[in-house]
Ligand binder design. Structure first.
Ligand code: NAD
Length: 455
């Protein structure tokens, strides 16, 4: 099948590469000239395990191309995926300008019938707006081709995106009940057939329910995280260990173990903005999503929990103190720094006068870029921020080590070397990577999240 992917970011690039790998001819469009040039030269703008090999294989086979040519992208395929960003607007609602610009481009250039697939995370009712934008463009040139808009939200996780895309838990297809909608469904069933060999993963529903499903999924996951973070803070006060509590409740199959880790709050490109957008949609309909508003408020506070622990130990003036920070990306196996807790932590400590020696296996470049933006009002502070090539280099001479992201490389450090390298053996662990008892025995001053009996 010929496929066009509009927007070659985390979702678009993974979708395009994986669909090409199944034998489809995929045209990836982006308006970012630099990104397309990098891809055309064999580079890859994001870090995602396994992705580079798939891209190389399919570019070599002539099944995957990258371009900024909008007319060519529309002409290439009857199936047009929209996978552009939907960042939060100032009021928390999803900013649809990129989705609607993509839709207008399709309307402007299409000369044959199309299936337009919304893969971006978009609020309920967006498919209608996409259809209206295409229709407006068709009307300006009295063109007659028809189209159907399908909602096909993406559930991949950064860091495991290829695995998630190729082995999805479910494929949600929201289609209209008319003939065009049913014909679009048949086309997409064919496209996704290779993923359904083992068992049927497709969930077919109406368009609005499909749009809603994506937000409901992210809202549920964010709720679990904020729930555990709030309980972790209480656990510290009452002297309980949230890790033991997690295992105690996770063993209940109605609860399960996933997404119950206490930490420094959720970040990334999806949870913060999707929680906000769903709450905003509710308010537009005269309803307050009280649970979700609390989920967000707890998360905002949680990003400061580690900083407050540092202040509690050293006071608010950190001049003369050096902190090593392990992990910058919002989670392991990605270089994505969007809403990463490390940004809040590093900015706060730099503003309090500290020096930071940071390490991340892949996110250094992106971290340099976003921290410069975060500290745009105080650029001189960036002089106190240094990056290390190795975790052990970062801790050299540090007063304390802060763990912000649970990369595998940080799980079992050489404790003797670590203690020898640090000025004082203090760890603020925002990801509860280590056992408090073992830390105590090895002479570490160990502060974790919600581990009241030991911290
Ligand atoms: N990142 C994730 O893990 C993830 C997971 C599931 C769903 N989503 C959703 O998928 C969508 C895309 O997310 P992302 O993380 O891939 O975003 P991204 O910012 O990485 O990529 C979006 C790309 O779209 C391009 N673009 C913008 N306007 C365009 C246009 N008119 N024509 C062509 N290209 C255009 C941008 O230049 C950018 O490269 C969002 O709605 C997001 O919520 C993301």
């Amino acid at each position: 099948m010929n496929i066009t992917i509009i927007g070659t970011g985390y979702v678009g690039l993974v979708t395009g590469a994986c669909l090409a790998d199944l034998g489809n001819h995929v045209f990836c469009l982006d308006v970012d000239q630099a990104k397309i040039e990098l891809l055309q030269q064999g580079g890859i703008p994001i870090y995602e395990p396994g992705l580079q090999e798939i891209i190389e294989r399919n570019v070599d086979a002539g099944r995957l191309t990258f371009s900024t040519d909008i007319a060519a992208s529309v002409a290439h395929a009857s199936v047009q995926f929209i996978a552009v960003g939907t960042p939060p607007d100032e009021d928390g609602s999803a900013d649809l300008q990129y989705v609607l610009a993509a839709a207008r481009n399709i309307g402007r250039y299409m000369t044959d019938d199309k299936v337009v697939v919304d893969k971006s995370t978009v609020p309920v009712g967006t498919a209608d707006k996409v259809a209206a934008a295409i229709n407006e463009e068709l009307a300006t040139r009295a063109a007659t081709p028809t189209f159907s808009v399908v909602s096909n939200p993406e559930f991949l996780k950064e860091g495991a995106a290829v695995e998630d895309f190729t082995r999805p838990d479910r494929i949600v297809l929201g289609v209209s009940s008319d003939e065009k909608g049913q014909s679009a469904l048949a086309t997409l069933r064919q496209l996704y057939a290779p993923f359904n060999r083992n068992h049927e993963r497709t969930r077919v529903m109406d368009v609005k329910s499909a749009e809603f499903t994506k937000y409901a999924a992210n809202a549920m996951l964010a709720t679990r995280i904020s729930f555990m973070n709030e309980l972790a803070n209480l656990a510290e006060k009452v002297g309980a260990d949230i890790e033991l509590v997690r295992q105690g409740i996770g063993s209940d199959p109605r609860i399960g173990y996933s997404f119950l880790y206490a930490g420094t709050g959720y970040g990334g490109s999806c949870f913060p903005k999707d929680v906000q957008a769903l709450a905003r949609t509710a308010r537009e309909h005269g309803q307050t999503l009280r649970v979700l508003e609390a989920v967000e408020a707890v998360n905002i506070d949680q990003k400061h929990v580690l900083v407050n622990k540092v202040f509690a130990k050293y006071g608010h003036n950190l001049v003369g103190k050096t902190f090593a920070v392990w992990g910058l990306a919002f989670k392991p196996n990605t270089n994505d720094m969007r809403d990463a807790p490390s940004r809040v932590i590093i900015s706060a400590l730099l503003r309090a006068g500290a020096r930071i020696h940071a390490h991340d296996p892949v996110a250094e470049e992106e971290a340099r870029r976003v921290l410069a933006l975060d500290l745009a009002d105080a650029p001189a502070l960036l002089q106190n921020l240094q990056f290390a090539n190795k975790p052990m280099q970062a801790v050299q001479g540090a007063d304390a080590l802060i763990i912000a992201t649970e990369w595998k490389a940080y799980r079992s450090p050489n404790w003797t070397a670590l203690k020898a390298a640090m000025k004082t053996p203090v760890i603020f662990d925002g990801r509860n990577l280590y056992e408090p008892h073992a830390m105590q025995e090895s002479g570490m001053d160990y502060v974790a999240i919600g581990r009241g009996t030991h911290a």
